[in-house]
Design a protein around this ligand. Structure first.
Ligand SMILES: [Zn+2]
Length: 103
């Protein structure tokens, strides 16, 4: 058996992902929901500001800059969270903003 990390496509609820997403930056993490910064992404289960429980985790970097090794490292650190691509979240968020403007 040879287990490796793959980026997989899965249909999920955007509201759920965006409300419970922890973004990993250079040194610390931030809450995608309320934009609180300086969160310890290695151990925080809840946002200290808005108290949302984290279910998803993402690197802020573009997917091209994130290696599967880096994803593996993050998943090993936070097996309780599901890794998602930040680019996907951004793309949907931007699409929703545009839709709202032209409504
Ligand atoms: Zn928050």
């Amino acid at each position: 058996m040879a287990n490796y990390y793959f980026r997989v496509g899965r249909e999920m609820d955007y509201d759920d992902v965006s409300k419970h997403l922890l973004i990993v930056g250079e040194l610390s993490g931030d809450c995608f929901s309320c934009r609180e910064v300086g969160i310890n992404y290695s151990r925080e289960k809840y946002c200290p500001q808005c108290k949302t429980d984290f279910k998803y985790i993402s690197y802020r970097k573009s997917s091209g800059a994130v290696t599967t090794g880096a994803i593996a490292k993050l998943c090993a650190k936070r097996p309780d969270l599901v890794y998602v691509e930040y680019g996907d979240v951004k793309e949907i968020a931007d699409h929703m903003k545009v839709k709202k403007i032209f409504k």
